[in-house]
Design a protein around this ligand. Structure first.
Ligand code: SF4
Ligand code: SF4
Length: 208
């Protein structure tokens, strides 16, 4: 009596193909040879630094002087990982008879990079150009608390931010640069302007 053929859910299982001795070894060698002829993609990091694009999202730098403590970045951050503390200060009037003004003074600005998902929303929404991407990425820590970078560290990252790409030829000059250039030109003109020569002074004799 013939042995029953094992069945699967779809029907009868196909008969096993005959295997030649050493066929697995030949297949493995074929894969090895194919891979050997392809371009290698292995990066030898950290012995060789990776060639990253200049606008890589590595870490966020803070240019504190531009920050007005408007809190937009902290409010828009989807991970709530930006911590800002501030207090108000009264500024005396600029001219006599003017009114006193109050301004926000930054006490703390920190970003927790263990929570940050590098979405870039904070940088996009900052209306005063106080936050920038830096391509630096070597700040792994063994203690997760160390991944909260305070304002001093964020300022240090600022010096690693690459310069912005050059404008297209024929592009309109940005307003800020135009204003700064005009001011610099006026100052230079005032410094080089020759002083009017003084005429000979009349002798102060006795009037008839
Ligand atoms: S990059 Fe995104 S997640 Fe990270 S601090 Fe900015 S807004 Fe928050
Ligand atoms: S959005 Fe910009 S200016 Fe406002 S608090 Fe954040 S970094 Fe400062």
């Amino acid at each position: 009596m013939a042995e029953p053929v094992p069945s699967t859910r779809r029907g009868v299982a196909p008969p096993a193909r005959p295997r030649f001795p050493g066929s697995g070894l030949a297949k493995g060698l074929a894969v090895t040879l194919r891979t050997m002829t392809k371009k290698t993609v292995t990066e030898q990091y950290p012995d060789v630094q990776p060639d990253l694009p200049p606008r890589t999202r590595g870490v966020i730098g803070l240019f504190e002087e531009n920050c007005t403590v408007c809190m937009l970045c902290a409010r828009e951050c989807p991970d709530w990982c930006i911590y800002i503390d501030s207090h108000k200060e009264t500024v005396p009037p600029a001219a006599p008879g003017g009114r006193e003004r109050s301004r926000n003074v930054l006490d703390r600005f920190a970003i927790d990079f263990s929570l940050c998902m590098y979405c870039g929303i904070c940088i996009e929404v900052c209306p005063f150009d106080a936050l920038f991407w830096s391509p630096e990425f070597e700040y792994a820590e063994t203690d997760i608390h160390e991944l909260t970078h305070e304002r001093d560290k964020l300022r240090e990252w600022m010096w690693t931010v690459p310069a912005p790409p050059a404008l297209d030829p024929g592009a309109e000059e940005p307003k800020e640069i135009a204003a700064a250039r005009k001011t610099a030109e006026k100052l230079a003109a005032a410094q080089t302007e020759p002083t009017e020569p003084q005429g000979p002074t009349e002798p102060q004799g006795e009037q008839p």
